[in-house]
Design a protein around this ligand. Sequence first.
Ligand code: DC
Length: 225
Amino acid sequence: METTFIITIDGPAGSGKSSTAKAVAEKLEFLFLDSGALYRAITLAALEQNIDLHDPGQVKELAQSCKIDLRQVNRDLLVFLDDRDVTEHIRNPKVTRAIAPIAAMPEVREELVNRMREMAKEQSLVAEGRDMGSVVFQQADLKIYMQATIGERAHRRQQELKQKGIQVSLQDLEEEIARRDHSDANRAHGPLVKPQDALVLDTSSMTLEEQVDWVVAKARKRGAR
Ligand code: DC
């Protein structure tokens, strides 16, 4: 059996990991595994079905029963929830605000971790999230931990939102990011941590292209083809 090559990229919100992981996956022709999209899809399903976000029983049942697919179409990663394209819906701020209790549930994490490991048996991938290197793919071929200052991360989010016609102040974004950092780092299950064997990439003053080249070079050095 051909073995797959696994790259993990973890880091806080706005550190640049999504764009980097996506571009690295494209260059190496690997799957981009956007793990946050899976947590977002379950949260969206829970909101739509009026499920109590704090009830582990109900949320677990939902997590086990819903179908989530990541499909690479041309240069885009599309997210399907029960065969419906929810790529845009899962980025809604309502979903972002509701995610914390769901991402903190061990029942949900266990379900998604199993699904992600199944995906990695079939294809090489770049997995991006919070616990990709520390929990989900502990045996990854290359682990990266990306970070950037909170000011720079808020600035990047502001630019992203601006492109979608949404104006948010830097101060509001910094506060939201600080809140997310806190809940990501302090939950009991799958918290954001830097894996001991990860290479640290501080992106505060790097361009996207520089970040991508850096990761691709490390991956090739370790045998990615
Ligand atoms: O990367 P993102 O912003 O799309 O992630 C959305 C939320 O999902 C984030 O606030 C924390 C959660 N998440 C997680 O708990 N574990 C992951 N591996 C990825 C995301």
